[in-house]
Design a protein around this ligand. Structure first.
Ligand SMILES: [Zn+2]
Length: 343
């Protein structure tokens, strides 16, 4: 049985999800539909959000059928310059919240208390993989693509997926709908072949969304196995990130063993080569870079920084050693930085 949330609890989930996916929010109106302005570094979204609980379809319906039941409004309102979102929130039994994004443009008008379905496999897949989609046939030969996602992918949904898929008046061909329904967003490389038959603009949106989701999954998994502690200094404080050992640009994978949980300072220091970790898990400092910083008059605090970085000691490994960095990847990282520069 899924818990039913009040509208104000749903507003809090939406705000938290936007924050988690990189947006600052201004709630302009707490009256449903919620009016929220969301900003990140590159864009500003003016949102009008309709949201209902996702609940089971009821005894007379299939076991896998869930739905939102639209109540309290007679139609969805759209304003120019604003994105109207039609959402459901599902409280999943295992790890919590999944948000479902329906296509508001396909539900402008409706009869009394209509319901819109989403199916259990989509919710479970979204909970596990971060993003999943399904297709629904609507009247008049039209179809709707429903996306379900974990809260940290909300920003990607409104910024990338919505503009491509939820455009008023644009019909998505049925064969494209079914293709998108079967996509696996957790696949390491969502390729052109997986997306054949998908229109160019929407293909671009799906590839961008898949990359984002993979990145979020990597981060989530790495942080989890390190108990949210920096592998170098041990800081938690919600200041940690998932860092790649062999970078994505150098064909590094998104396996947990190609990652380390690092605080933002140590992540930067590691990526810029001021620090390295050798294949025996020992933390090393870049002497050559330290000297260069000294001659540039930029070595303030550096001695303390190295001490705090536990140079010469071993990183904190995940409790479960099968998730520890792969020595081969650490070696590749150090060779690229020039092992002769390190002490
Ligand atoms: Zn740290």
């Amino acid at each position: 049985m899924m818990a039913r949330l009040s509208k104000s609890a749903m507003l809090e989930i939406i705000r938290a999800a936007l924050k988690q996916s990189g947006y600052e929010t201004d709630v302009v109106s707490k009256t449903h539909p919620f009016q929220i302005v969301a900003r990140n570094n590159s864009s500003e979204e003016d949102l009008s959000i309709y949201v209902w609980n996702v609940t089971h379809g009821g005894k007379s319906r299939a076991a896998s059928e869930y739905r939102i039941q639209i109540t309290g409004v007679s139609g969805l309102k759209f304003a120019s310059g604003q994105k109207t979102l039609l959402l459901g929130i599902a409280q999943q039994p295992v790890s919590g919240t999944v948000i479902v994004g329906f296509d508001a443009t396909k539900h402008r008008e409706f009869g009394s208390s209509p319901s819109i379905q989403v199916h259990a496999p989509t919710l479970l897949k979204a909970e596990h993989d971060g993003l999943a989609s399904e297709t629904k046939e609507l009247d008049h030969g039209k179809s709707e693509i429903v996306f379900a996602f974990r809260p940290e992918n909300f920003g990607q949904f409104i910024g990338t997926i919505c503009p491509a898929y939820h455009v008023a008046g644009k019909t998505i061909p049925t064969d494209e709908s079914s293709k998108v329904s079967s996509l696996d967003f957790s696949k390491p490389d969502l390729s052109d072949a997986d997306l054949s038959g998908v229109a160019a603009g929407r293909k671009k949106a799906l590839i961008a969304a898949a990359m984002w989701v993979r990145d979020q999954n990597f981060r989530r998994n790495v942080l989890h196995v390190y108990d949210y502690c920096c592998a170098i200094c041990g800081l938690q404080a919600n200041l940690v990130q998932g860092g790649h050992i062999v970078g994505v640009g150098k064909k590094g994978t998104d396996e947990v063993i190609n990652g380390m949980c690092l605080c933002s300072i140590h992540h930067d220091a590691y990526d810029r080569g001021l620090l390295a970790v050798d294949e025996n898990y020992t933390i090393r400092k870049n002497l050559r870079m330290a000297k260069a910083l000294k001659s540039a008059g930029l070595a303030g605090g550096l001695t303390e920084f190295f001490a705090n970085s536990r140079v010469g000691q071993k990183i904190r490994l995940p409790k479960d050693l099968k998730f520890a960095p792969k020595p081969e990847y650490l070696k590749a990282n150090l060779s690229a930085k020039g092992p002769q520069n390190f002490e």
